[in-house]
Design a binder for this molecule. Structure first.
Ligand SMILES: C[S@@+](CC[C@H](N)C(=O)[O-])C[C@H]1O[C@@H](n2cnc3c(N)ncnc32)[C@H](O)[C@@H]1O
Length: 215
């Protein structure tokens, strides 16, 4: 008998929108201001979690799609979005979408928690399913110069949260930060950063990327 892999978000999924998502709500709205989608744009949220970002894209008249490896998180997203979104339960290293399907492929607080080979796998898939004129939008931690005192306080807080997540998540976070976060990862994945806005007093970055066609 084969055992199902455990879902690391099983325990938190039903409380995620009460305790975690409110901290990121403003940032999610900021993402759409920094990179406003055209009405009708086709948007894929990778690691869409409970679907709060997709809800904002749906309100901006986009066609919204999401994929997540956690059945528990997706159950919350399905309840929130109903028929507004097309959601898939699965590992984003093998996405069930055709080439060039999406105008935007979006990652919020997803890449830092993965092992390097998974990160590179999902970004290779993101490039495959991205329309030639499309863009990848990433929000994640940044290795910026921290503002004092708020940047240092936020850094301390996020380190505690990431440490508490433990196991592979904590190992992924440490690796991500030790290798220059999204800036280092973009170079490894053959992506160019077109625009970037550092927020959270140096702790976070919103980055718009596109494949490096010269590589
Ligand atoms: C910290 S949560 C962020 C959720 C959401 N993006 C947000 O900002 O609210 C990370 C999400 O990424 C998902 N995830 C992690 N690795 C994944 C993978 N390889 N494929 C698909 N989803 C993955 C997790 O299941 C989880 O829902």
């Amino acid at each position: 008998m084969t055992s199902q892999p455990t879902d690391p978000y099983q325990a938190i999924a039903r409380r995620y929108d009460t305790f975690i998502d409110p901290m990121n709500r403003k940032l999610k709205r900021m993402m759409l201001q920094f990179a406003p989608p055209e009405p009708g744009a086709v948007v894929l949220d990778v690691g869409c979690g409970t679907g709060t970002l997709l809800e904002l894209y749906a309100a901006a008249d986009c066609e919204v799609w999401g994929i997540d490896a956690s059945p528990a998180m997706l159950a919350v997203a399905r309840k929130r979005l109903g028929r507004q979104a097309r959601l898939h339960d699965g590992d984003a290293t093998a996405m069930p979408y055709p080439e060039g399907r999406f105008d935007w492929v979006v990652f919020t607080f997803v890449l830092h928690e993965m092992a390097l080979d998974t990160r590179l796998g999902v970004l290779a898939e993101a490039k495959r399913v991205l329309h030639p004129e499309g863009r990848i939008l990433v929000v994640d931690y940044h290795n910026g110069r921290l503002g004092f005192p708020r940047g240092w306080l936020l850094k301390g807080f996020t380190t505690i949260i990431e440490r508490a997540a433990g196991g592979d998540h904590w190992a992924g976070y440490r690796h991500f930060m030790a290798h220059d976060a999204i800036d280092g990862l973009a170079a490894q994945a053959g992506l160019l950063i077109e625009r970037q806005r550092v927020v959270g007093w140096g702790n976070l970055a919103i980055s718009v990327l596109h494949p490096d066609r010269s590589s």
